[in-house]
Design a protein. Sequence first.
Length: 215
Amino acid sequence: MTDPDVKSAIAKRFRGFLPVVVDVETAGFNAKRDALLEIAAVTLHMDGQGYLQRRDTVACHVEPFPGANLEQESLEFTGIDPYHPFRMAKPEHEALESIFRPVRKAIKEGGCSRAILVGHNSFFDLSFLNAAVARTGIKRNPFHPFSTFDTVTLAGLAYGQTVLARAVQAAGMEWNSEKAHSAVYDTERTADLFCIIINRWHDYCGATIQPSRAI
């Protein structure tokens, strides 16, 4: 059973929000027109000392929605074949629910009110997530509709780097270019980067942070 003090630590730190790291792979840059092809999410946990760490990773390959645009340049960049039989892709509604269910569970376990998306260029990931939610008519989207934590900004502040690979390396981690542009790999590296930056700040100011209640 989860210790109540540990369970509430992350809720106190982020105004009742649970940071969840998300990365999407797509067939273009237009969230309303271009296909969502992969989505991955990493939930986070805060220990009793206030340090953030990765918890669970969930991911799903996604079928292009009916009438979706597929930009060949984007497909060549990611290396994704949207119709490869071994992708085991799911329709958008099913794919999103496979991500949202564990996120909702983590929100409840963390004593939080909802999730807040963490991403590298987070506006991009959130725009595709919101567009897919709108298309599928999902009512219980656990993510805040517009607020995010952007690791581009955080890494620029902490390390003077805004490219994910360079920021990860500046933070003292390895970067595998062959695994990059996979939703799972990029999400886990972004999660590690976010945790390192938040934990460095915790070491710097620690108990001087006075969390407030969400409104």
